[in-house]
Ligand binder design. Structure first.
Ligand SMILES: [Zn+2]
Length: 203
């Protein structure tokens, strides 16, 4: 697991090449090459888009700049349309990072519960977002107390679907598809004090 002190010594929080490259590949898959290009151009990141980073742990751009990728999707499509896209973006980004970045290979052969717990711990460590919570019956939930994605918005329903999508991928990766669905049950956009994600068993 990479040590977060590897990141640039300044206090500015940095997003890694791994995550940004995952976003680029995910957005291209969803919006096509030119659609994704517009998003990156609008936030002043054309250079990163034209010459995508490798799937490695070097710092790529500030975390604030990375968050702008998500908010620009809202600016372009409106919040309602952006939400389902955010979910797919989260899901596909996690998929690429796992499959092309090979970040979870060492957990591959663990039992499903441990596989999921470790992959969620890993997500928290590398993203610098949130922490896992172990429930009384040993389940894993995610308290994203320092979520920034939803900060600019007010909503009557949870909107941190980028996280939901990424967690859904990790759930599917650990347990197989169709076993659990990830739900965000608290969201700062709804006035809650945190963004909180749980697994619900699919009947
Ligand atoms: Zn949030």
């Amino acid at each position: 697991m990479p040590d977060k002190t590897d990141k640039k010594s300044s206090d500015v929080e940095m997003a890694t090449n791994m995550t940004v490259r995952g976003h680029i590949d995910a957005l291209q898959e969803i919006m096509g090459y030119n659609g994704a290009k517009i998003i990156f151009r609008n936030i002043g990141q054309s250079d990163v888009y034209e010459t995508p980073p490798e799937y490695d742990w070097e710092p790529c751009m500030t975390e604030d700049a990375r968050t702008m990728i998500y908010t620009e999707v809202v600016n372009t499509l409106g919040l309602k349309a952006a939400l389902s896209l955010w979910r797919r973006m989260g899901y596909i980004t996690a998929k690429y990072v796992v499959e092309k970045g090979h970040i979870l290979d060492s957990f591959m052969d663990l039992a499903p519960d441990e596989k999921f717990r470790k992959s969620m711990e890993f997500f928290s460590a590398v993203s610098g977002k949130g922490k896992i919570v172990i429930t009384e019956d040993g389940g894993v939930e995610y308290d994203c107390f320092n979520c920034t994605t939803c900060a600019p918005y007010d909503s009557e329903r949870p909107i941190c679907l980028g996280f939901v999508g990424s967690f859904q991928y990790l759930t599917d990766w650990s347990y197989g598809k169709g076993v659990y669905i990830v739900k965000e049950i608290k969201c700062k956009a709804m006035g809650d004090d945190t963004c909180y994600h749980v697994l619900t068993e699919i009947e």
